[in-house]
Design a protein around this ligand. Sequence first.
Ligand SMILES: [Zn+2]
Length: 247
Amino acid sequence: MAFPPSVSQGAMVLGKVPPGSRVEYAGHTLRTTGYGTVVFGIGRDETGPARVVVVRPDGSRVEASIAVTARDWPVQRVDGVPPKTVDPPPEIAERIRREQAQVTAARVRDDDRADFATPFAWPVQGRISGRFGNQRVYNGKPGSPHSGMDIAAPSGTPVLAPAAGIVTFAAPDLYLTGGTLLLDHGFGISSNFLHLSRIDVKVGDRIEQGQVIGAVGATGRATGPHLHWGMNWFDVRIDPLLVLDRR
Ligand SMILES: [Zn+2]
């Protein structure tokens, strides 16, 4: 059995267990590949230790305890976003709830595909203009922590799939996130791409790494063109930059 001794908040954690083991973490029974690879995510606010229970094929039980390293979460002020996206009118609240529920539903999947296991690549090249976990203040009003990483790039820049996957959600114009695309990498790991000006794929499409899936835009709650790339393990948000750094 092999797990890292410590991980950062927001990490995607890969571990190895004897093939055929049963693995439990945070109320989930984890899928294992034929080689015994498992994956899970550490949330932004988790303090750890993360405990993984492994029941080997012979029935013996062992527990891994993984320390979680705390990170700093700087405040990031974002000014100039459309006021109607910071204080949505009451009649819009129901629409936002409905749209978020659709996105959440797409993240329940637990597909038996190990697309997450290959090294991820940057979906666009550019300056990081917003980091995962930042405490966001929009037009002076505190908002939720930033759920992904922002990469500044001109509108229309092609967005490439950072890893292979299946398209599980595609909508051109959600209220807060604009052009929104979800790509499922298997085992509960997914990517989301927000504020797109164009979407080139549809739900159910099989996507290879490096394939063009859409284009950078500034749709939804955005001050200018950039790609917001978020990643999840089911409903746990993880930091794409840490996933890239695994290379
Ligand atoms: Zn963002």
